[in-house]
Ligand binder design. Sequence first.
Ligand code: C5P
Length: 322
Amino acid sequence: HRALGEVWDDEMSSNMLGKRLRKVVQNYQAMNKYGVEFSGPGGVATRPKVSGSELLCQLKYKVEVATLTPDLEPFSSLPWAYQLPLQPITSDLGPYKSCAVVSSAGSLRYSGLGKEIDSHDAVLRFNAAPTVGYEKDVGSKTTIRLLNSQVMASDDHRFLSSSLYSTGVLVAWDPSPFSADLSQWYNKTDYPIFTQYQRYRRLHPLQPFYILHPSFEWQLWQRIQDNMAEPIQKNPPSSGLLGTVLMMSLCEVVHVYEFLPSQRKTELCHYYQRFYDAACTLGAYHPLLYEKNLVKRMNQGLDRDIYTHGRVTLPGFSTLNC
Ligand code: C5P
């Protein structure tokens, strides 16, 4: 029979990329901006590949989904600590039954997935991804928006004034040095996440706004590297994987859309911009290729759903029997 078209192969490696992208990925694999202390895939190549359910349990028990609270040093001794939520996000939100994570991939265009996405109890979106004008393909509900510090700081995103960011719960993140404590990170953020956070909170004091604990990023990075046979980029996971794991801690089931590309696979970077670059889907700075290998292995849905809907189904941590 003619099988359905190809879906993501969970053994993707950087040598399957085109020449240009392979070079970029190799450069990031060699670079070590955050001082990651890890001596490559120590024997991973010979270690047996663990199953999807074992991977899920690793995420559940080895990755703590944490957010900053005002009791943590150095924030407890700073005058703006009161602006941080008192409780971590996992105590304030959920549990939701069914959740959608909407990658911003260009392949969402003409997908007609809007109704399906909106039918979930909670919907997570990323960075500057709009809904207005794209409802048919991406829906209109936004429960949580995960933002990187670059978007918060850049002038073109108008983070402080744009209505794009005023619906739903905001969650921000910024890469920290690999072994830094919170005080060291506070003095060495990639982008000015804390000044922007304080400004935004003054303008929108009632909108819930969390900041991810940087140890979450690096614990997740470690899970990816430990399960790959080659060294991955020594940079934090993409927002896509951070948001997916965040939702796995808040929801009974998580549907991720167009993280693993469907039949609509395209080099169009985002559904909302006319910019083309395969690196958006395959990764350059982020270890995105390897993130996708892991998600493919953990998927509990059918390959056909990936092909037709770009849809992956992951169980929430609360439903796992590890
Ligand atoms: O580009 P941005 O980080 O805002 O997109 C949100 C997430 O969606 C990315 O971090 C990545 O995980 C995923 N994505 C993707 N393929 C694309 C664009 C985004 O997998 N073409």
